[in-house]
Ligand binder design. Sequence first.
Ligand SMILES: NC(=O)c1ccc[n+]([C@@H]2O[C@H](COP(=O)([O-])OP(=O)(O)OC[C@H]3O[C@@H](n4cnc5c(N)ncnc54)[C@H](OP(=O)(O)O)[C@@H]3O)[C@@H](O)[C@H]2O)c1
Length: 387
Amino acid sequence: MKQIALLGSTGSIGTQALDIIRQQPEKLGIYALCANNQVELLVQQAREFLPDVAVTANKFKYKQLKEGLKDLPIKIWAGIDAISQIVEAEPIDIVLMALVGYIGLKPTIHALKAGKTIALATKETLVLAGELITQLALKHHATILPIDSEHSAIFQCLIGENPDTVERIILTASGGPFRKYSLEQLQHVTKQKALKHPNWMMGNKITIDSATLMNKGFEVIEAKWLFGVSPEQIQVLIHPQSIIHSMVQFKDTSIKAQLGLPDMHLPIQYALTYPERLNSYFKSLDFDEYSHLTFEKPDTVRFRNLNLAFEAIRQGGNMPCILNASNETVIDAFLQDKISFFAMSDIIEKTMESTAFIASPTYEDLVETDQITRIITSKEIMKRQIE
Ligand SMILES: NC(=O)c1ccc[n+]([C@@H]2O[C@H](COP(=O)([O-])OP(=O)(O)OC[C@H]3O[C@@H](n4cnc5c(N)ncnc54)[C@H](OP(=O)(O)O)[C@@H]3O)[C@@H](O)[C@H]2O)c1
């Protein structure tokens, strides 16, 4: 049985991962559950899955968690450093990383150094520290298995293929809720509208990233590091139905694709049980219901974040880290109604121009870059704050 440390158990990916684990009690077990503020849900999950350890990253929630599980022999830890520590535990086979944003970096580094297999949902980790993470994985013989549906698709298309024969990767994108909005309409987008994705039910941060296309930009960077391709070999293609999860074109022009309904359960299960393919209860794709699969080019005039992400990865160094920190900061501000939807790209671009560039950043440089970028972005936000 594979023992799993589930980081972000109370989130969208985390709860779907528990659906899978519930269905595969002979193959998958829970060693640790880690979350942040939703302690009631964490207690409920721990009562069902009986992990060895339950962790809340929020130290102020320790008492509540301890109290909720006091009749069970479950160790209770608190604090983000506790999460970094728990992933190193000997019995763990897979660390399922589904925290959101920068916070995932440190526990991922600890897990890699301990040689654990990482089932990676938290794409921001590869965005902000792709070189460091892939080097650590190599050095410690740790495997990174993608959970993002697009990268899971690419990973599946590449099985049995010689990586040198890859011509390009075609990353599909739904286009988000504002695919057909004009520039004028985009000026008046509300957070309520931005939080409604047409095809996927996800956490707030990634839902906003999908609406701005930053999510796709991040996935370009993620693909570069996971599959060792150059940004020029990655094409983004809008495919509103989200049925083809991504494709790989080979040098002989043959294209392989992976298809399925838009449901994260499948890529999560595949990452947790790889290289096995298990029976599942998921609804399968019925082509009668999807007789029209359509494709279009992304519009980078209305959705500038995609170009910003390509620019960041072309520059390399700490620029993707700047991109990520600025993006997390503007999303917080947008969700607090401080800035408009449209202002987000402007502020990120300005921050990328004004934050110090480091060509070969160390881990410490990345930590500092993240902090400085958040300060610079916050100043830009104040200048453009909605009255
Ligand atoms: N959702 C999807 O369909 C999807 C698809 C592909 C990739 N991803 C990626 O997967 C990651 C997770 O996405 P999600 O949609 O599952 O997010 P989510 O629903 O917002 O869940 C985030 C999880 O992280 C925890 N968390 C948040 N802040 C934390 C902190 N400071 N310290 C420790 N834990 C913290 C939350 O705990 P509490 O809830 O207890 O506060 C929650 O368990 C993201 O990087 C996203 O890009 C998601």
